[in-house]
Design a protein around this ligand. Structure first.
Ligand code: WT7
Length: 676
């Protein structure tokens, strides 16, 4: 990004931004019970004690063998944490709890249809199911340590069972969000070279039973065209007979897990002793190019980090009922529904469907029914619930001690409704800023130690040392001035690399600020997060939004290039440009501008065809607000599409001086079309 663009973005962002708010303080009742209420933690985790301070997090886990070295930087920036240590993630999330807690609920699963038929799976039951499925993966699917497996499943108890079974035998899982299309799933199958796909027959969403298995058929076909053969499709069956007629099982390739599992009743699988630095999973995320990148997370570092964050920032105690509303198909679900809470022996809630169906009281009814006391959601859900049912929470008998918001900046007015209406004035709130790449939280208040400030994430969590840099790498120390937020030190939860593409890893996160690409010293490798942020006098960070070509739709990350590439697949399209447009519930939505090939007439039908192509290739979450078929793109004289101008038009802002463009007249035409 050029310096000029930084100034333009940040000024615009500051202009729409809110003022610093007053503090809210945690109650003495909360502080007294908090897992972390000892101020000295910040000294213990100062840069002077780096990296040894992180052993405090690693000691929350059970190791077969302790590490030889806390941090190995010899292949910087591919850092290895707790090198030489041996452990297993499934053992840490299940086996070690059996002695004292085998009858405790590990997972509450709330289905959409017949909401009252909640499944309560104890740690013992989880142990049995994970062992049996691990045996199936090993002995029937032929998977072994280091293999990759793609999992395309909706929210269900079977999803964490599948992940933990993979972890048990050292298979690297790559979970694809269930709402992603077959084509998006195929891209991830190909990139990770998965020869086994695990899926589910169907699921409910918003009152409809959706055939999910059909995506697997399509994904396998596309993968084969791209050179990756999937020889086994394992289908978990929740609704026998309901969708089978229109989705036949392919003989020799497709197998119902439920049938095959019968052969493995009673099977027990010794957990693989994994090296701390062995990968645990891949999670693909959008970036600046069309191709999503596979963030590779390691076993020991990642698990230690998310366990510590669950304990100290989420304040999870074993007796809590904890509900994170995210989908397990995103990093939030991996870290804060599955790995962190289960490593702490908590009861974790999983629900199918959406928070507003069948009514805006659903979330609070579930909270009441299960006596949830820690609640974790995203601004987009809070906005939707506030709009649809502002008075609903008061009708239900539940009490939260702790709530999280994550995924995008939260407006102070929305924060305040969350605090007073949802939290009933009794719950503390943490606004956690982090990313798929970072495994766990970067900035947040420590709930038992620091006051909250609506709209600000807070300081770095213990062990994270953020810094705001200008484009030349100078620190911006003046409060309220925006720049690129970076982390000065590596930390155990960070991605190890981009799967199969170390260069992309280095280029994306480190190239801009690394002074010496051959350096083995971690101090030379500040991590570039890709967000603009300001720091206020009290050291709290406020995240302003992405500085790159990423749009955050309902807390889900989409690459503008990814959407543009999907549009370009339509024959008639000559050029495509995506810009984010503000939306009162979703935060942002993509607006799509299209220039058609010469001679092609614009039509409603063509606009629909382009929109459908995007849903097909990525998924419904990427559906543009509107497809604008414009006569030409506004361009610089060197031919670059001026997305900034299009963004201003979509958001009814000031387009600025456009006279230097190659075709200034088109700006008025587009404005007329969009703003009429
Ligand atoms: C991007 C990462 C973190 C898990 C969910 C999203 C934005 C995330 C916050 C927050 C303001 C936030 C950033 C970040 N973001 N949390 N608390 N306040 N913005 O993970 O899909 O990797 O997206 O989400 O822009 O870079 P992700």
């Amino acid at each position: 990004m050029s310096k000029k663009e930084v100034v333009e973005t940040t000024e615009a962002q500051i202009a729409v931004h809110w003022k610093e708010e007053n503090y809210y303080y945690p109650s003495t009742k909360f502080i007294a019970q908090a897992n972390l209420n000892d101020v000295e933690v910040f000294d213990r985790f100062s840069l002077d004690n780096f990296p040894d301070c992180y052993t405090e997090y690693a000691e929350l886990l059970t190791w077969y063998k302790y590490w030889d070295e806390v941090l190995d930087s010899s292949d910087a920036p591919c850092f290895k944490w707790f090198k030489g240590g041996l452990l297993n993630a499934s053992y840490n999330c299940i086996d070690r709890h059996l002695k004292n807690n085998k009858n405790k609920t590990a997972i509450h699963f709330v289905p959409e249809l017949e909401e009252e038929k909640i499944e309560h799976i104890t740690y013992q039951e989880l142990y049995v199911k994970v062992n049996e499925f691990a045996a199936l993966l090993r002995d029937f699917a032929g998977l072994k340590r280091g293999d990759r497996v793609t999992i395309h499943m909706p929210m269900s108890a079977e999803l964490p069972i599948t992940m933990l079974a993979c972890a048990r035998i050292g298979v690297i899982h790559s979970v694809v969000f269930g709402g992603f299309s077959a084509s998006a799933c195929a891209d991830r199958i190909v990139d990770s070279n998965s020869r086994v796909l695990i899926t589910m027959d169907a699921y409910y969403r918003g009152g409809k039973l959706l055939n999910h298995k059909v995506n697997a058929d399509e994904a396998v076909k596309i993968s084969a065209d791209d050179g990756q053969v999937v020889d086994k499709v394992l289908v978990w069956q929740r609704y026998p007979g309901k969708i089978s007629s229109d989705t036949p099982m392919v003989k020799g390739r497709d197998f119902f897990v439920n049938d095959e599992l019968k052969k493995f009743y009673g099977a027990r699988v010794e957990p693989e002793k994994m090296l701390s630095e062995d990968p645990l999973f891949l999670m693909y995320t959008s970036g600046t190019t069309g191709k999503p990148k596979g963030c590779q997370h390691g076993t020991g570092g990642y698990l230690a980090y998310v366990t510590a964050m669950s304990k100290y920032i989420q304040d999870i105690h074993p007796e809590d009922v904890y509900w994170c509303m995210a989908d397990i198909g995103w990093i939030t679900g991996h870290s804060f529904i599955v790995y962190g809470p289960l490593a702490l022996c908590a009861s974790s809630v999983i629900y199918e469907g959406v928070p507003t169906y069948p009514d805006a009281g659903r979330s609070w009814r579930i909270a009441q029914e299960l006596d949830v006391n820690i609640f974790h959601t995203a601004p987009t859900a809070i906005r939707a619930l506030r709009k649809l049912g502002p008075d609903e929470p008061a009708k239900y008998n539940y009490h939260f001690k702790h709530m999280t918001t994550v995924g995008e900046p939260i407006e102070p007015a929305v924060w305040k409704w969350y605090e007073s209406a949802v939290g009933k004035g009794e719950a503390i709130i943490v606004d956690t800023w982090w990313q798929t790449e970072t495994g766990g939280f970067l900035c947040s208040t420590v709930p038992g130690l620091s006051p909250m400030k609506p709209g600000s994430a807070g300081p770095g969590v213990p062990g994270i040392h953020p810094i705001i840099l200008d484009d030349d790498g100078n620190e911006i120390t003046e409060p309220g001035i925006a720049g690129n937020i970076c982390i000065q030190n590596p930390w155990p939860g960070m991605l190890q690399t981009v799967w199969g593409n170390r260069q992309r890893f280095v280029d994306t996160y480190f190239a801009q600020y690394c002074k010496d690409p051959n350096s083995k010293d971690w101090r030379d490798w500040p991590y570039l997060a890709g967000d603009a942020a300001t720091k206020s006098e009290d050291g709290y960070y406020r995240i302003l939004g992405r500085i790159d070509d990423v749009i955050n739709v309902s807390g889900h990350r989409l690459g503008t290039k990814e959407i543009e590439s999907a549009a370009m697949v339509v024959d008639e399209v000559a050029e495509a440009a995506v810009v984010p447009v503000s939306h009162d519930i979703k935060g942002k939505e993509p607006d799509l501008y299209i220039a058609l090939k010469t001679g092609v007439e614009p039509s409603e039908e063509l606009a629909r065809k382009i929109s459908d192509a995007i849903c097909d290739q990525i998924g419904k979450i990427a559906k543009p607000r509107k497809v604008w078929l414009v006569p030409d793109m506004p361009k610089t004289r060197s031919g670059k599409i001026m997305r900034r101008v299009l963004g201003a038009i979509s958001n009814k802002g000031d387009v600025g001086n456009v006279m230097t463009l190659a075709n200034p007249e088109v700006v008025e035409e587009i404005k007329h079309m969009v703003q009429k």
